[in-house]
Design a protein around this ligand. Structure first.
Ligand code: GRF
Length: 197
């Protein structure tokens, strides 16, 4: 059976990218990574792709006049690579409604909170400050509104007494590395209700 062709967009260390690469290394996994794009030159995650001989591309947003031309370059590269699913993995650029519409139904993200709680940044510090008892992570479809699309998969972890944001982030990240490949598998196997796209 043909494997689902995925592209992964990163901005940083790429530990979620690495978890996807590791999952795809199993020939029975129903997806493969055909392209990794970073908007940050030298992003740590690019080394994971290089080590796995996955094509990489740097599309530095600072070199473009605006979001539209930056995203046009992304779309061109994604289309040329034949990407069927685009996985945001620590990609720190907001995407315009027209890019999101172009990839609707084929664009997913992982976020380190139990959405709809704590969209945006600093999720762990905010959850601890609120005295929340649990935290977690969410794989979701990307829609125009940030961190707001339909949820595909979540994992929960407890917030422990004395937790620091870093300690909680590490506990959540372990679950991110488990559920992102699992969500991709579910999509590849047709087990996720698709957004119209
Ligand atoms: C992860 O916590 C992810 O949920 C968030 O950004 C972080 C990226 O980490 N969107 P990494 O680059 O995958 O290690």
């Amino acid at each position: 059976m043909a494997r689902l062709r995925c592209a992964v967009l990163i901005s940083g260390r790429g530990s979620n990218l690495k978890s996807l690469i590791d999952a795809c290394a199993d020939p029975r996994f129903p997806a493969e990574i055909v392209l990794v794009i970073s908007n940050v030159p030298g992003a740590g995650g690019l080394a994971h792709a290089d080590a796995a001989s996955i094509p990489t591309l740097v599309v530095d947003h600072k070199k473009f006049a605006g979001r539209e031309s930056f995203e046009a370059r992304l779309t061109e590269a994604l289309a040329r690579a034949g990407a069927e699913l685009v996985c945001l993995a620590g990609f720190m650029r907001l995407l315009t409604p027209s890019f999101v519409a172009r990839w609707q139904g084929r664009l997913i993200n992982i976020h380190p909170s139990l959405l709809p709680a704590y969209p945006g940044l600093d999720t762990h510090a905010r959850a601890i400050a609120d005295g929340a008892e649990e935290a977690g992570c969410t794989v979701h479809h990307v829609v125009a509104e940030m961190d707001a699309g339909p949820i595909i998969l979540q994992a929960r972890v407890p917030i422990l007494p004395g937790d620091t944001p870093d300690a909680l982030a590490a506990r959540v990240l372990k679950q991110e590395h488990r559920i992102y490949p699992e969500a991709v598998r579910m999509i590849a196997e047709g087990k996720v209700r698709r957004l119209p796209g």
